[in-house]
Ligand binder design. Structure first.
Ligand code: HPA
Ligand code: ZN
Length: 350
């Protein structure tokens, strides 16, 4: 491992766009599928992860989700996801889980959240990495189940059900094509009125008006992907002026959405040059053979960023997060101190 790669691995990092199901180790996919009687098209996981677009990726994502049979499986998934993230300097993550498929199959939201929280507590004890949860609506299931998910979540929180204090907010993912985000206004309205934070995948493969709907109609405080934002100059200026965070996943945009042939063609630097708060994230690391070290290192190389640029990007992850102000300040201090400590190491190589 080169010195720069190692320094980037050690730099404490925040992740705001990571699907817990997309962190499932290939070996765990196969093991849980066998145990829960889910047929996989192949028992070689490297052959499983083949796709050419967001929608063909989602077919595999949904298959991987379907191997999660009960609360213990969710706990194991959550635990392993943090252990694997910690290897790459993860300090804090706000992670998505998308339970529509499991609720449809008869699992209970309370069991899912309790299982996830149990795994997170154990992993936090083992690593010191802190992880909070975002309950994602699956757009493919439509607005009715989306609203029901939020209703159930609000009720579980009201009754103090185990693990629900870890759920900071709601989001929305899955297919974008042919779906009008404003159909989900009622679900997001209830979430907002109930004190839940709001975010949503928008503009990964759709035009910027879906991003505008995300903030103006759904009340989102940040937008996941937001890849098409630069196509709208006025909306870009608004995001920059108001520092509305984007959770950008450059390598995922290449490997999942097939939006660009090479990382060098990704508009990440144009986003930053436009003054956008463009945080850096992996999306579905285990399903795309990614990790945070690679995400940071590949972006640094592709766009000729300096060490200080990369530290600034890590700090922007804190700015875009939903940490309370004291915790955010402490994490910023930690990142700055580590950035200073590691700079000479990088300078030797650079
Ligand atoms: N987009 C939409 N839905 C998803 C994604 C994504 O990148 N990853 C997992 N579910
Ligand atoms: Zn995503």
């Amino acid at each position: 491992m080169t010195t720069i790669t190692d320094a980037l691995r050690r730099l404490p990092k925040v992740e705001l766009h990571c699907h817990v199901e997309g962190t499932m180790r290939p070996s765990t996919v196969v093991e849980l599928a066998t145990r829960n009687g889910i047929a996989l098209p192949t028992d070689d996981p490297t052959q499983l992860y083949r796709y050419t677009s967001l929608d063909t990726f989602l077919d595999i994502f949904w298959l991987v989700q379907s191997v999660l049979g009960d609360g213990d499986d969710w706990a194991r998934l959550a635990y392993e996801s943090v252990i694997d993230g910690a290897e790459h300097g993860l300090a804090y993550r706000e992670t998505f889980f998308t339970p529509a498929r499991h609720l449809d199959a008869g699992q209970r939201l309370g069991d899912i959240v309790a299982g996830l929280a149990e795994g997170l507590v154990a992993a936090e004890d083992a690593t010191g990495v802190r992880v909070m949860l975002i309950a994602d609506i699956d757009r493919a299931y439509g607005p009715g189940p989306g609203r029901e998910l939020v209703e159930q979540l609000v009720e579980l929180r009201r009754s103090g059900a185990p693990g629900t204090d870890r759920v900071l907010g709601v989001g929305m993912d899955s297919t974008e094509l042919g779906v009008d985000p404003t159909d989900f206004a009622s679900a997001f309205d209830l979430a907002g009125r109930s004190g839940l934070r709001r975010t949503s995948h928008q503009g990964e493969v759709t035009p910027p008006d879906t991003i505008r709907a995300g903030i103006d109609v759904l009340g989102c405080e940040r937008i996941d992907h937001g890849l098409s934002l630069l196509d709208d100059a006025e909306l870009t200026k608004r995001f920059a002026d108001e520092r509305i965070p984007l959770t950008v996943c450059p390598n995922s945009n290449i490997r999942i959405a097939n939006a660009f042939p090479r990382l060098e063609e990704h508009p990440y630097p144009q986003m930053r040059d436009a003054g956008l708060l463009a945080t850096l994230n992996t999306d579905d690391p285990a399903m795309t053979d990614l990790d945070l070290t690679y995400e940071y290192h590949s972006v640094m190389e592709a766009f000729d960023y300096t060490w200080d640029d990369m530290v600034a990007i890590a700090l922007e992850g804190v700015e875009g997060s939903w940490l309370d102000p004291d915790d955010a300040r402490a994490l910023k201090e930690r990142i700055t101190a580590e950035g200073d400590r590691l700079r000479p190491v990088v300078d030797v190589e650079g």
